[in-house]
Design a protein around this ligand. Structure first.
Ligand SMILES: C[S@@+](CC[C@H](N)C(=O)[O-])C[C@H]1O[C@@H](n2cnc3c(N)ncnc32)[C@H](O)[C@@H]1O
Length: 250
């Protein structure tokens, strides 16, 4: 996408008020109103940065996974008012709320994303803080699965906990923090499940070095990869996968 187009998209988005409809169970709102909207808006910045590096000319279909209760979905809707917006989360109430409130289509996820039928030919997939809670094996498998659902030149934008999170974040939920930080330092990817949160299954906290995520990206055929440390909310790292074969000639 050309810079001029990016600039027009951002100006149009920035001139309109974002929806202030907050679901009572939106736990992301617990961090405070100002932080909530800033994080949402920087989702737009990350997406536009990714689009600036892509060969995509327009965005007509978007998957927000996991949408939660719409911290970013409300901004994506403003940025692309005409696009088909799929809102997917394992929290069905969150997905339904987003679809209803921001004019989208709800998809109820499952603990194993590979079992979820997702729409194909997606122009944009936004993954805000999903792999930040999963192990390396699922990160690898799910990234491949999602790339399969991109259109030609489609763009996947996904966030990760990197060096900054390692240094500045306290982990909750009874995770084995020592193990996560040790594996992060030694092999580039650390993960441990939450132990004090009920019914979460194999879901916890992960830290990953850019090199570990780029190694995964490197092994996925048919894409080009870019990485932006602290590219979301000045905190999470951002992986961008463009659905263009890195080996394709001119
Ligand atoms: C940290 S929140 C981020 C939510 C949202 N992206 C945001 O920025 O507010 C993580 C989300 O992942 C969802 N989740 C966990 N496992 C999932 C799965 N297997 N499929 C889809 N969503 C899942 C949770 O329900 C939760 O809404």
């Amino acid at each position: 996408m050309q810079f001029q187009q990016i600039s027009q998209l951002f100006s149009a988005y920035d001139s309109k008020p974002v929806s202030e409809e907050i679901h009572p169970n939106d736990v992301m709102f617990n961090t405070g109103q100002s932080h909530y909207y800033t994080v949402g808006k920087t989702g737009v910045t990350a997406v536009l940065t990714a689009l600036a590096m892509s060969w995509k000319q327009d965005v007509s279909s978007i998957l927000d996974l996991p949408c939660g209760h719409g911290r970013v979905a409300r901004h994506l809707r403003l940025l692309f008012p005409q696009a088909k917006l799929y809102c997917c989360d394992i929290d069905a109430e969150g997905a339904d709320f987003c679809a209803r409130t921001f004019g989208g289509i709800s998809i109820h996820s499952q603990p194993d994303l590979l079992r979820v039928a997702l729409p194909r030919n997606l122009d944009l997939i936004w993954i805000g803080s999903l792999f930040t809670h999963l192990d390396k094996q699922r990160t690898d498998a799910w990234l491949r699965y999602l790339v399969d659902h991109l259109s030609e030149h489609g763009v996947l934008v996904s966030t990760f906990h990197g060096y900054f999170t390692d240094k500045h974040t306290t982990m909750h939920g009874g995770v084995d923090e020592q193990r996560i930080r040790r594996d992060f330092a030694e092999v580039g990817f650390g993960y441990a499940p939450y132990t004090t949160l009920e019914g979460m299954g194999d879901y916890g906290f992960s830290l990953s070095k850019p090199s570990a995520i780029l190694d995964i990206a490197d092994s996925i055929p048919g894409v080009r990869a870019s990485y932006i440390e602290r590219g979301w909310a000045n905190n999470h790292d951002v992986l961008v996968l463009n659905k263009n074969d890195r080996l394709q000639g001119f």
